[in-house]
Design a protein around this ligand. Structure first.
Ligand code: KG4
Ligand code: ZN
Length: 319
């Protein structure tokens, strides 16, 4: 079964063709990222205008690169929430129009479920339930337990900023640009993660599976304000110390939850799952009998439409 999928919830205009929920026949992404670098974050009106400009060529390219025509497509999947309203509307209107013209069923997909299903793409061996997913991105930060397809039980979430958002805000504080995650992680490679002692928030039992990163971000701000001037090396040390604190919290929570729910697999999903330290520390800390996965391609970590095709497919599959 071939699904045509569309994703426009933030600043990526994306379309893909996915076969049987796992094989990616095409995965086209046009981003308006460059336009958001100056503002240090996504400006909703700018993102929506860019989606309007990009959506037609992206749709055409996705179909072409998959070697398909519309009669080959069985259904259309589209992200309907959560996300920036005006941006989502561009994708939804396009999907509705295509579904009407080509007489295809329309499947509504939740963006976070899309990130979760990114881990099912291009796998030789399909994941085995129960699965614990840490889905961590610019807009969300959740621990989700799955006992079967499309059974999403949220067992924890952030009470304020998501980890990706904290990366973005700290990068802005340090004058490093947007998006912060990849830049901070690059700077951190040459920094000393022990140079600054930042808090590891919410590691007490009362808050077992919830997160909070806004205090950590404020701790970095206070440190920056305390320093009269910061050398390149100080910035690298700040980046490394901040990243270490975020990742240690994410991995600790993952470990608590994996033990509490006796899962077979642990999955990392969302933009922050591209983070090298997160992968390394998860590999080190989680027991060997747990299968640990992250998306097979980095492009499946951040926003893309292939993941929406996967989530759409497994949502309608009857078995
Ligand atoms: O999933 P995504 O593309 O969009 C949302 O749904 O939010 O995730 C983008 C987020 C940004 O906050 C970005 O800074 C973060 O993912 N990110 C990373 C890395 N790559 C992207 N964070 C840490 N390390 C990375 N390598
Ligand atoms: Zn996302």
């Amino acid at each position: 079964m071939k699904l045509f999928a569309i994703e426009t919830s933030c600043d990526e205009t994306a379309a893909a063709v996915v076969e049987d929920g796992v094989r990616v026949l095409s995965n086209v992404i046009a981003t308006s990222l460059d336009l958001h670098v100056e503002t240090g974050g996504v400006v909703p009106e700018v993102a929506a205008r860019e989606h309007l400009r990009q959506i037609s060529p992206v749709v055409d390219k996705a179909l072409f690169e998959a070697g398909c025509v519309w009669t080959d497509i069985d259904a259309i999947a589209v992200t309907t929430s959560p996300g920036l309203t005006a941006s989502l509307l561009v994708g939804v209107n396009t999907a509705q129009t295509l579904a009407y013209i080509h007489q295809k069923p329309l499947i509504e997909v939740n963006h976070i479920h899309g990130h979760i299903y990114a881990n099912f793409l291009e796998r030789e061996v399909p994941p085995e339930f129960p699965v614990l997913v840490l889905t961590v991105s610019g807009g969300h930060n959740e621990l989700v337990l799955m006992r079967g397809h499309h059974q999403f039980e949220k067992i924890g979430e952030t009470l304020d900023d998501a980890a990706g958002e904290a990366f973005d805000k700290v990068a802005r504080l340090l004058g490093l640009g947007y998006p912060g995650g990849p830049i901070i992680s690059k700077m951190a490679e040459e920094g000393d993660f022990m140079a600054f002692k930042f808090p590891r928030p919410m590691l007490d039992e009362a808050n077992e599976f919830n997160f909070s990163f806004s205090g950590l971000k404020s701790a970095v701000r206070r440190e920056v304000e305390r320093l009269d001037s910061a050398t390149d090396q100080t910035i690298k040390d700040l980046a490394a110390s901040f990243q270490q604190a975020v990742v240690e919290v994410l991995v600790e929570k993952l470990l608590f939850a994996a033990q509490a729910y006796e899962v077979k697999e642990v999955h990392l999903a969302g933009g922050v799952s591209a983070n090298r330290l997160l992968r390394q520390l998860a590999e080190q800390r989680l027991p060997d009998d747990l299968v640990l996965r992250w998306p097979v391609q980095t492009i499946f970590c951040t926003d893309n439409a292939a993941m929406i095709g996967a989530a759409g497919y497994f949502g309608i599959r009857s078995d």
